[in-house]
Ligand binder design. Sequence first.
Ligand code: CA
Length: 223
Amino acid sequence: MRLLVIEDDPDLNRQLAAALTDAGYVVDRAFDGEEGHYLGETEPYDAVILDIGLPKMDGISVLEAWRRAGRSMPVLILTARDRWSDKVQGFDAGADDYVAKPFQLEEVLARMRALLRRSTGHAKSEFSCGPVRLDTRNGRVSVDGVAVKLTSHEYRLLSYLMHHTGRVVSRTELVEHLYDQDFDRDSNTIEVFVGRIRKKLGVDVIQTVRGLGYLLTPPNDAR
Ligand code: CA
């Protein structure tokens, strides 16, 4: 899952990015409204954290411009104070949730998990596919109840597939959602990671759909 953080306070921006990275997301950062607006319009983010008070272009204008352009990714706004008018304006502009400053990072993380699972049609924070379970609250993966240790790259890939069960996910889509903007993108690395995940899980839940990508399927459903 690839996220964008738009916050002009450098310390807060860094803290948010660090907490989200630790939680297993890939994070791009912007420090003003113009830069953030551009990134959100051109890159495929799974969700965005958007400050309202920003230099060059305020958060409400950024959000309105994205929604006008048909960008539908979930957006969590940060309101400077617990001002009700900020929240109303934000929701009317197309925000999906908000956190008022000052906030606890844990709350932002929990709200982000909820936004991501709702936007992909899931009601619970624990995902499963056959004997494989993935808990987004603590980043744990298990097979038949036995914990499996994945690297952060492997976890991100499996988590993305878990959020998008029931459809084929292309290599290009995975590359776009698993790496930040500075990463040297090579879709062959995806194949290597899928191979490692299959080996670690020991059950074949990731099907390769030739020429299209990958499909997560419980083993007994395999065709
Ligand atoms: Ca600000």
